[in-house]
Design a protein around this ligand. Structure first.
Ligand code: SF4
Length: 135
């Protein structure tokens, strides 16, 4: 049996608590508090303590799905991105850029959020952009 623990950041909110993922034989098996983390000081909320549960959950989406004939079917990333781009273009042409809005995430880096808001403003052409950490 191979045992590891890997330091990581909680994916659930912008607080950014640190903890360790416990890994046995390559499978994430749980969360261990990090008592030296200056933010959490080893205390986690219920979401943090269960942050590893979604990783191997059978219902987790790992591939894009596109609705065809009323049912979701697996698609490639190229198909999904192409569909989204064509829908964005269609709605902008019909209703204007302000008919679209973007919601960013506290689960990604500041740099990724910067790129996202830049995309919404400079490419889509709208200031309709918001972020869950503002709540
Ligand atoms: S443990 Fe709770 S408070 Fe800390 S980052 Fe995760 S969700 Fe936020």
């Amino acid at each position: 049996m191979k045992y590891e623990n890997i330091s990581t950041v909680c994916p659930y909110c912008g607080t950014g608590c640190n903890f360790y993922l416990e890994i046995i034989d390559g499978e994430i098996t749980g969360v261990i508090q990090n008592k030296t983390d200056v933010l959490s000081q080893g205390r986690l909320c219920i979401k943090g303590w269960n942050a590893a549960e979604f990783v191997n959950h059978p219902d987790r989406l790992t591939k894009p799905l596109i609705k065809k004939d009323g049912k979701f079917v697996e698609a490639t990333w190229a198909e999904a991105v192409s569909l989204v781009a064509s829908k964005f273009t269609e709605y902008i042409d019909k209703f204007g850029a302000n008919s679209l809005g973007g919601l960013a995430s506290a689960k990604v880096t500041n740099e990724e959020n910067f790129v996202f808001q830049k995309f919404m403003r400079a490419v889509i052409g709208t200031n309709n952009v918001d972020h869950c950490a503002r709540l």
